[in-house]
Design a protein around this ligand. Structure first.
Ligand SMILES: *Cc1c(COP(=O)(O)O)cnc(C)c1O
Length: 377
């Protein structure tokens, strides 16, 4: 929800055009909630969710570690004050020269999900720790991460064996249960797979030490979501169930759950219209759309809460679209979005819970619209 600080900022600064305003105090609170929910786990903030320098500096000062997907993200974390031993290169798809650059920067923790990638890491970052990502089905997630990353657990065994043979330190297993995961039992299934890999390697004389439990912690959009504490309890129970009293080191990589609810997008109604005189479908066009930062409305996956100055008036479903000349730039049509019928051109609306996966998804200048401006306060 928009905090008072965000509302005051918008009202006094009157920023022109669509923008995302993010309250660092909410990020601070989220960080503490994760710390309290999973006190034994190290937090690696997933930088891709929102790499604003102010956020990275705050998290670095609070003691966070950083999950980075590229050399540029790793450099941003370093610039924010994190040391290289607090940074992981968590992308399973890396150019060998980028692995070498990360190694030069001092990074020694890398994700892999196949032997081909292990070979690159062994050449470019000799002796480093690697963890192998296993596939999950993403069931229960509103933004599933599909089959692009990870391998089946049986293959993870071979990958980690190969890593050890090539002089790397086979350190653990990772997974990501899918983003905006509202099913608390998703971690249980994945931790069962992780334990399987631990056991198989143990039979080969290799003791894995770490489970990277990924992100997936949700932000509240239209529906309530369980608290960080509820996630912590469910995850701790699943860990105990599978690993007994020999718990591995654990990492969590919250992205959305760390910054999503800290940000709000201020946007403006550009047009309200219909397609025919006798058509009762109302189209509402905002000055922000899929290319301006709301990419996660793709397939209507993420459904944001929108507040308007006319809330309380009678609301009826409408098609909600962005301002560009691209017909894909429609946010909600299959499942129309209820907005007040009194909503009119020029009204300012707030799109809540937009601190994650918005500014970085915004096109540089598609159709001449400038990239989504961001104010971190
Ligand atoms: C994107 C990503 C995350 C963050 O996921 P959220 O669902 O936003 O918490 C964590 N880990 C990895 C490896 C990622 O790619």
């Amino acid at each position: 929800m928009a905090t008072q600080r965000i509302i005051d900022f918008i009202n006094t600064r009157r920023p022109n055009g669509p923008c995302m305003v993010l309250d660092l105090e909410v990020v601070r609170e989220n960080y503490h909630n994760f710390e309290m929910a999973l006190p034994e786990s190290k937090i690696f903030y997933a930088v891709k969710a929102n790499p604003a320098p102010e956020i990275l500096r705050l998290l670095a000062s609070l003691g966070s570690n950083f999950d980075t997907a590229s050399v540029a993200e790793a450099e941003m974390a370093l610039d924010a004050g994190a040391t290289a031993d607090r940074i992981s290169f968590g992308n399973t798809i890396k150019k060998e020269r980028d692995i070498a650059r990360a190694f030069e920067l001092g990074i020694r923790l890398f994700a892999v999900d196949c032997i081909e990638e292990v070979e690159k890491v062994a050449r470019a970052a000799p002796g480093s720790r690697v963890f192998c990502r296993v596939l999950t089905d993403g069931a229960g997630a509103e933004w599933p991460l599909s089959r692009k990353f990870g391998c089946v657990p049986a293959m993870a065994v071979d990958v980690l064996l190969a890593a050890q043979k090539l002089g790397l330190d086979s350190y653990g297993v990772s997974f990501h249960v899918g983003s905006q995961q509202t099913d608390l039992s998703a971690w249980d299934r994945a931790l069962g797979d992780a334990k399987y890999v631990f056991d198989k390697l143990s039979m080969e004389g290799i003791t894995l030490k770490m489970v990277n439990m990924g992100g997936g912690f949700p932000t509240r959009y239209l529906k309530d979501v369980p608290t960080a504490q509820a996630y912590g309890q469910a995850i701790f129970q699943a860990l105990s169930k599978h690993f007994g009293n020999r718990l591995p080191e654990t990492i969590i990589e919250p992205g959305r759950g760390m910054v999503g609810n800290a940000g709000v997008i201020k946007a403006e109604v550009v047009l309200v219209s219909k397609k025919a005189a006798n058509d009762n479908v109302r189209w509402v066009y905002l000055d922000i759309g899929k290319f301006g930062g709301l990419a996660e409305t793709m397939d209507e996956a993420i459904r944001y809460q929108i507040t308007t100055p006319r809330d309380g008036d009678l609301a009826e479903p409408c098609v909600l679209a962005g301002p560009t000349c691209d017909s894909a730039d429609v946010m909600y049509e299959k499942n129309p979005y209820p907005l007040p019928i009194s909503l009119t051109i020029g009204d300012e609306v707030l799109i809540e819970g937009t601190g994650a996966y918005t500014t970085t998804y915004s096109a540089v200048a598609f159709n001449g619209f400038e990239p989504l401006r961001s104010y971190v306060i």
